[in-house]
Design a protein around this ligand. Structure first.
Ligand code: PLP
Length: 363
């Protein structure tokens, strides 16, 4: 019997996640040893040295299974944000929790409202569970999330509504007051998920977390240690939701999925607020610098509150990605516009110079 006839629905339909251009391949193609990786929205400053220390210290305990309930990290998160540990769930990256949420809530035929463009996992995981994605296209002139249209897309069959704030791949934030009003308006049969993977990079006071709404709504907040905390390789993400929802997530995530060094690193990084502030300031400054540089070339930069910029460089995004790769710089070139991660001061200067060269060649 063929395997094809045995496998479940999700495997048949799941679109494959498109990864960015590989560093190794770019190295080979460009002949440049010094590759600048600006394709995956990683924290260019790296993790806090305290997190690195914690990883090394935890390594000697590698023969022991991790704490199955991740109490230490849950307690820190609960204390900082004013929740109980039962309202927190920890998993192997927040992308893992996205799959868990879909598995818990999406039944065949349920509708799942998502924006386009946004993080692809929301839609893909809905399809995997035989849900029907209801896609709300964002206007190309602003890429602002149209919450009225998202609300209009909600029907009796809607189970989940996903909001990425600020959004990936555009970097564009949602106004906090408007998002709060949207969540308050949603009918009770709908679970809203607000993915705040990049919210710690925001410096505009109108961008704010929806955590205060969690207790009174069917609302799940997703956060990650992969971005501002610089721990993408460690794979730690978390959700905060009211107890009833959180219990479902906690009982569905894979047991022992988060390795002890990863949890210890997350704890240490979470405590190192001074380092975090340095990263936040550096990225904000870099974001402003790159915006000025790109605008000076006549390129359109969408307003970003993240560590990346969505840039209309007046050429196909794959072309800019190819031309930067020839100079040893990796960006994401498979969206409508190129998505470029903000790096360190030195990274940003190198990127700006490479872009100037490309713009010059266009003349
Ligand atoms: C919006 C958004 N959410 C979540 C993630 C994934 O986070 P994690 O590494 O915790 O799985 C990403 C990664 O790029 C992202 O862009």
């Amino acid at each position: 019997m063929s395997v094809e006839s045995l496998i479940g629905y999700g495997i048949h339909t799941k679109p494959t996640y498109i990864f960015g251009r590989s560093i190794e391949q770019t190295q080979k193609e460009s002949g440049t040893g010094d590759i600048l990786a600006l394709g995956s929205n990683e924290n260019a400053y790296g993790p806090s040295p305290k997190a690195v220390e914690a990883i090394v210290e935890a390594a000697v305990q590698a023969h022991r299974y991790p704490d199955p309930v991740n109490l230490k990290l849950k307690q820190k998160l609960a204390d900082r944000y004013g929740f109980t540990i039962e309202e927190v769930a920890i998993a192997n990256g927040s992308a893992d929790i996205m799959g868990v949420i879909s598995r818990i809530f999406v039944c065949p035929g349920d509708e799942v409202v998502v924006a386009n463009p946004t993080f692809s996992e929301y839609r893909d995981k809905a399809v995997f569970n035989q849900g029907t994605p209801v896609v709300v296209d964002l206007p190309e002139d602003t890429y602002e999330l149209d919450l009225d249209r998202m609300y209009e897309a909600v029907t009796d069959r809607t189970k989940l509504v996903w909001v990425c704030n600020p959004n990936n791949p555009t970097g564009v934030p949602v106004n906090g007051d408007e998002l709060e009003a949207f969540i308050r308006r949603l009918p009770e049969h709908v679970v809203a998920i607000v993915d705040e993977a990049y919210i710690e990079f925001a410096d505009d006071p109108s961008v704010r977390t929806m955590l205060p709404l969690v207790r009174d709504h069917n609302l799940i907040i997703l956060r990650t240690f992969s971005k501002i905390y610089g721990l993408g390789a460690m794979r730690v993400g978390y959700s905060i939701a009211r107890r009833e929802i959180s219990d479902c997530i906690n009982s569905t995530v894979t047991s022992f999925a988060v390795a002890t060094p990863a949890v210890e690193a997350a704890c240490a990084a979470f405590d190192d607020q001074e380092y975090l502030q340095m990263v936040r300031d550096g990225i904000s400054e870099g974001r402003r610098y790159l915006r000025r540089e790109f605008e000076a070339l006549g390129w359109k930069v969408y307003p970003s509150q993240t560590n990346f910029l969505f840039v209309d460089a007046h050429m196909p995004s794959a072309e800019l990605a190819d031309r930067l790769a020839a100079q040893g710089i990796v960006i994401r070139g498979n969206f409508r516009y190129p998505r470029i991660t903000v790096g360190t001061k030195e990274d940003n200067r190198r990127l700006a110079e490479a872009c100037r060269k490309i713009a010059e060649e266009e003349k």
